[in-house]
Design a protein around this ligand. Sequence first.
Ligand code: URA
Length: 480
Amino acid sequence: MTLHRITLRAGADLHTFRQSVRRLIAEELAPQHVVFVIDDAPGLFGEESIGDAPPVTIPKGVARLIEHVVCHSDPERYALLYQLVWRVLNGERDLLDVATDPLVHRIDLMARSVRRDLHKMHAFVRFRRMPGEDLERFAAWFEPEHFILEAAAPFFVDRFRSMDWTILTPIGSARWDRRALTFGPPGQRDDAPSGDSFEEGWRGYYESVFNPARVNPTAMRAEMPKKYWRNMPETAAIPGLIQTASRRVERMIEQEATMPAKRTPERALEAMWDQEPKTLEDLNAIIAKAGPLVPGATQAVFGEGPAHAELVFVGEQPGDQEDLQGRPFVGPAGKLLTKAMKEAGIDREHAYLTNAVKHFKFEQRGHRRIHSKPTAGEVKHYRPWLMKELELVKPKLVVALGATALLALTGKATPITRSRGRARFGPYEGYVTVHPSYLLRLPDEATRREAYEAFLNDLRRIHDLAKADLETGELPLAAE
Ligand code: URA
């Protein structure tokens, strides 16, 4: 039996693998006739010409799995993936649904391991300023388990777009010079500085958000394995914090009754701002500079309205139109909201409208950009900004439009049906109602009309509440 030898470069060589699969499938070469060899010699990066072959159409799920699994460190990854492709194209199109199949099971575990590694890298890379350089440059050392550097790097470009940084790993390095992302040779731990002036800030922040009452060293180690600790300044505080946890809990209980204001994570986060925003303009400049968490958005969409409006409406995230125009609630849902506000006697010009998430997240389908719901992690990322925004506006009443706004305002995922009506969001009087886009999605006219009436009733109550004396509870409304 002749064996066909496919040579791939070390690391995650998705390009050569894809090309090879096209050719192997075109030549009808079954997996037992193919051997995949990884060439560790430097300088051979993708130079081998594999020749053109027609594209192979595979289910999206398989294509996505391949993108992850080629990053795995197991040398058998390409052979396993080719077996998968071969079987999918030869009568087992729904193979991925057979979770008990040994090949599917093994590949699934590999994909999970790669995703976990990506998650750890996104969470645990810590940049430090390079000493003795005129221009501000940052470097970080990280040891991934798999070949994930190229897959992980775009996340850091989005997060730290305005910084000049390098991530060094034993498998290669990634450099962003504020314009282009390039990949280079491996680095060594000593190539990255081991400390800088930001360290104190990180440690201080970590100590302030650390909750001794919830300390669980086993869970903590599972989430943040010890091998990452040495690259993370805040972890220097962990042993001491664990040791003193029970004493700190006792002290917290003693202090609870007398504490004037809780030290919330939002307050602790203030310590992270280079320059604490004193105005909405300052805050918006920070948001704009940080850029979108998920790539794609045209611009950040800030809150809009009088800087000290009595009434703040919080939506989910900008939609397609908002993203293009740079203003909140100007698309179809916004138009419906404006109409309903007007009918309920609320002047949009007198209210402040904003969103939990400040950038549009979408899925591109042809020419259309389809709204994609923000994850809880994304909402959490934007939350300190929303809280600061409220602190600056100081409204009398905050309205949560839909579940994402409610999550952002309370930190808890709660169904709207259960919390609709008056609420309290930390120091703010609140009101919970549906998001106007919910009304647009309802399937038939009658349900839509009924839901719109209920929404109008909420807005009328909101209008009255904004006029009422909330301190004394004298409301021009019936009791809840
Ligand atoms: N939906 C929102 O939540 N916000 C907008 O700005 C537009 C639509």
